[in-house]
Every structure is written in structure tokens, then in C-alpha cells.
Design a protein around this ligand. Structure first.
Ligand code: FAD
Length: 471
């Protein structure tokens, strides 16, 4: 055994240093885009052990790849194939350290599963609103390192806005205790905001103080059928005007997305008697009302009725129970799972000014059909945040290899369109290893240069998640 691995085993105990078959599950990303090699997988149990592992890596010049639930979509938690890196799993740091319902905060360790955090907040009579399809397996550390978005951003903001303080291990292995529960703190540069969204390239997050919200008294959910995306944009403006801050989610899904879900998963069903041929898009709309009571449901229904009368939707189903609300959300959440069953999907996670989205989709679909005939669109997303998952399947009958070979041209075509409209090529999933070249191509050179200077200052040896975000 190498001296490095021996010292690591002395620090953590042999059972928490995985090699060979036991390391395998940590070496391939969720989308199976990258499989790397690693010296080992280390599973420290507390922040002191994380700090000691980082110091050991710094002394031996060993790169570190932090990993939470490994649900990321851009291969950011996967080592390269050099076999030189250590995968650092935060999964054992899974304690909820404190909940303060009156101060509306909770402090949790980085390896806590998001759903566990939501449940703990709920048990204390509070809401931790970050919600995403992977919440049963992604971790708070991963959520913060990617500044995750999800389905409630419209009302509560993304992970950054839900975080008050952080505890971080620096590249030198120091422990920075920034677990402050302050709403206001302008004492110097905001280090917390620097680490959030840095994808493990600037420091290792070991704990966070999160912002909680009151539990809404009532939740109303509806699925609406629409003819066009332009209608969806108008419906969003209508819902915002009428529901104001109670509007918590506004998700758009192409008709083909839900057809794919229903085909792939026998237990999933659309709530409409028969799919209307006029339907091209569905909207999943949710409102969380602090008031509750019968008036709240009546207001929601009246808002939908006015949308229908105004020609903003031609069919609507309102969930009649919590079980039906969960059914509607499962349809939405199964889209990513259904796409994973396809031979290969070229994914784009883009954001645009909301008003530009219908024209973007129309123009980009047309360009793709011209240059890559037969491309099948599977577009959905968080329309309320201007964020689309513009996903593309290859022509019917094409293989994984065919469509992977087309990816660079397809992606450049889509991202050029996004850039021309002033959008972003990564709305919520980050850059990871898959979008590094795109970052260089589409970010202004000065922004990339400033990012490099920050990286050099905080990680001068370049050992934290090398090759991710910046090359
Ligand atoms: P990982 O995948 O393990 O890691 C992600 C990145 O964070 C890597 O760069 C890793 O090095 C770094 N990292 C992990 N833990 C730490 C730590 N403690 N300290 C420093 N760096 C760390 N994302 C969204 O934003 N919105 C969505 O709606 C959404 N829906 C999804 C639906 C499905 C079905 C799936 C599979 C994924 C979805 N994702 C979504 C992507 C993914 O779930 C998020 O990016 C999530 O935040 C990643 O958390 P994780 O614990 O799995 O992180």
C-alpha cells in the first residue's frame, strides 16, 4: 500500500477508505457521461477528519474530488481518468446540528440528504423550500456547491438565497467557521457567496446554516393544457398578477415529455380524459397560501377560471387532494428519469429573459430541423425562472453513438442562439466537466480571468476538483 493510503487509513480507519470494487459506485456520474479512476474514496465522519484529509492531500499533492449524492448533471463529482485523485465523500457528515424555529434557521452538515432536511424542518413546524427531483438522494453540500435551483425558486429563491452561513474547509485544510445566522452582514467580502456555486473548486463545505420559512396553511396545484409557449408566458404574467407572492411554482412541459413519462412508467397517468390534439404544452402551477381556509381555494379557482375565459388555457385539472398534488408533481419529476431510459439525450440547461423564450424555442427548433433533421424535442423547465431544460433526442432509430457524435455541433447551435439573446448556458446545474469549453467560449474573457484569479488565490496548488468549471 502506498504511504498516502496508509496515512489515510490511519486517519479514518480502513473501513472508510474504499478501493477496488467498493470504490466503483463513486466513479461514474449520474448521466453515465464520465467514468474516472481514483486512488481511493475517503469517507470522513466529521469536519476535523475532512480537514485532516485535505491537509494530507496538500502534503502529498493529491487532487480532491468532493462528492455528495452524485446526482449532478454535468459530471462535476467524477474524477478524471488519471487515477491520481481522491474522491472525498461527505455522506457521513449527516447530522442536523440545530433547529431554531423562532429564528427560522437550521444548521445541518453537508452530507444530509435534502429530503431529510425538509422533513426535519417540517417536524419543527417550518418549511425548508428547496425542492428538486433528486431530493431523496442529493445532499445539502451538493445543493450549495451547485447553487441548486429546483421548483420553488420563483417564490423562495435558489440555494444561495436559502443560506445564511457556511462552514468550509480551505484548500490548506483550515476550518472556516462562518455559520452565522445573520440576515445582515456587510463586514467585508462575502465569502459565503463565493463558495456557494463553486462546485467544490474553492473549498469543501462541511455544514450550513439554512433559512427556514413558515409552513403555508394551504397549497393548491393545477395542471393546465395550452396550445403554445407564448400562451404560457401570458399565463405566467396573469398568475403573478393575481396570486402575487403566493405563486410558488410555474413549470412548463412539452406535450412529448409527458407522453414519454406515461409510456415509460405504467403507473403514471395524465389527469385529462383524452389528450386534446390542440395541446402542445402543459403547465404545472402551484400556489402556497399562508391564509388557508375555503377562501384561499376559491381565489385559486377564480384565477384559473379567468385564465380560461381569457383564452390562456383550454383545459385544466385542479388537484383535489394531497395525493393528487403528489401525482401531478410525479409526472413532472419523472421526465428526467424517462429521459435517462433513452439511448442518449443532448441536454441544455439554459436561462433567458422570459419574454424571449417562445421565439427562442421556435427559431432553435427550426434551425435544428434544418441542420439535424428528425431531432426530437423534449423541452421542459422552470418557466417562472426563465429556465428551460432544452433537451434533444436523436432522430428515431439513431444510436447513442450517432447522437453523441452530433453533440458538439448541436450544442454549439443551441448555445449560440442562447448567447445571442443574452441568456446563460447554465441556469442551475453548473459547469462541471461537461461545460468547461462553453464557459470559456460564452463568458466575457475578463470574467473568466477574474474567476481564475480567485481560484489561484484560494487553491494555489490547484488540488480542489481540478478540471471542473475552469480548465
Ligand atoms: P454531487 O453530484 O455529488 O456534486 C455536485 C457538485 O458539488 C460537484 O462539483 C461536487 O464536487 C460538489 N460538491 C458536492 N458536495 C460538496 C461539498 N460538501 N463541498 C464542496 N463541494 C461539493 N438541479 C437543480 O438545480 N434543479 C433541479 O430541478 C434538479 N433536478 C434534478 C432532477 C433529477 C432527477 C436529478 C438526477 C438531478 C437534478 N438536479 C437538479 C441536479 C442535482 O440534483 C443537483 O445539482 C444537486 O444539487 C447535486 O447534489 P449532490 O449532493 O448530488 O452533489
Amino acid at each position: 500500500m502506498q504511504p498516502f493510503l496508509r496515512e489515510l487509513a490511519d486517519l479514518l480507519g480502513r473501513e472508510h477508505v474504499l478501493t477496488g470494487d467498493r470504490a466503483e459506485p463513486y466513479l461514474t456520474d449520474w448521466r453515465r457521461r464520465r467514468t474516472g479512476r481514483a486512488l481511493a474514496v475517503a469517507r470522513p465522519g466529521d469536519r476535523e477528519q475532512v480537514a485532516a484529509v485535505v491537509r494530507l492531500c496538500a502534503a502529498h499533492g493529491v487532487p480532491i474530488v468532493p462528492q455528495g449524492g452524485n446526482t449532478g448533471q454535468v459530471a462535476a463529482a467524477t474524477p478524471d481518468d488519471s487515477g491520481r485523485a481522491l474522491v472525498l465523500s461527505l455522506a457521513r457528515l449527516n447530522r442536523i446540528r440545530a433547529i431554531d424555529p423562532e429564528g427560522d434557521t437550521m444548521t445541518v452538515e453537508a452530507g444530509c440528504i435534502l429530503e431529510t432536511v425538509q422533513q426535519a424542518a417540517h417536524a419543527a413546524g417550518r418549511l425548508f423550500p428547496l425542492s428538486l427531483g433528486a431530493q431523496g438522494s442529493c445532499t445539502v453540500g451538493g445543493n450549495l456547491a451547485t447553487n441548486a435551483g429546483g421548483t420553488q425558486v420563483l417564490r423562495y429563491g435558489n440555494a444561495r438565497e436559502l443560506t445564511l452561513g457556511l462552514e468550509v474547509i480551505t484548500a490548506e485544510g483550515e476550518i472556516w467557521d462562518g455559520l452565522r445566522a445573520l440576515r445582515k452582514d456587510n463586514a467585508g467580502y462575502d465569502l459565503r457567496d463565493l463558495y456557494i456555486g463553486s462546485e467544490g473548486t474553492l473549498g469543501i463545505i462541511t455544514a450550513a446554516t439554512l433559512r427556514l420559512h413558515p409552513l403555508p396553511r394551504a397549497r393548491h396545484t393545477a395542471l393546465l393544457a395550452l396550445e403554445s409557449l407564448a400562451q404560457a408566458v401570458r399565463l405566467l404574467a396573469h398568475a403573478r398578477a393575481e396570486l402575487d407572492a403566493t405563486l410558488t411554482a410555474f413549470e412548463v412541459m412539452g406535450r412529448e415529455c409527458l407522453e414519454m413519462v406515461v409510456q415509460a412508467f405504467a403507473q403514471q397517468r395524465l389527469p385529462f380524459a383524452a389528450a386534446d390534439p390542440a395541446t402542445r404544452w402543459y403547465v404545472l402551477l402551484e400556489c402556497s397560501d399562508p391564509r388557508g381556509g375555503p377562501g384561499s381555494a376559491a381565489d385559486f379557482e377564480a384565477t384559473l377560471a379567468r385564465a380560461w375565459e381569457g383564452g390562456l388555457a383550454h383545459d385544466a385539472a385542479i388537484a383535489a387532494s394531497a395525493a393528487q398534488q403528489a401525482d401531478f408533481w410525479r409526472l413532472r419529476e419523472h421526465i428526467t428519469l424517462a429521459l435517462a431510459e433513452q439511448p442518449y439525450c443532448i441536454k441544455h440547461d439554459i436561462s433567458l429573459p422570459i419574454a424571449a423564450i417562445p421565439d427562442f424555442v421556435q427559431a432553435t427548433d427550426a434551425l435544428l430541423q434544418r441542420h439535424h433533421p428528425g431531432t426530437r424535442m423534449r423541452v421542459f423547465g422552470h418557466l417562472g425562472d426563465g429556465n428551460l431544460h432544452y433537451n434533444l433526442l436523436g432522430p428515431a432509430g439513431s444510436t447513442r453513438q450517432d447522437w453523441m457524435a452530433a453533440e458538439p455541433q448541436v450544442q454549439a447551435l443551441v448555445h449560440d442562439q442562447v448567447a445571442a439573446l443574452g441568456g446563460s448556458i447554465s441556469a442551475e446545474q453548473g459547469i462541471g466537466s461537461l461545460r468547461v469549453a462553453d464557459l470559456r467560449r460564452y463568458k466575457p474573457p475578463l470574467e473568466v480571468a477574474l474567476m481564475r484569479r480567485i481560484k489561484q488565490a484560494l487553491d494555489p496548488q490547484g488540488l480542489l476538483n481540478p478540471g471542473k468549471v475552469l480548465d
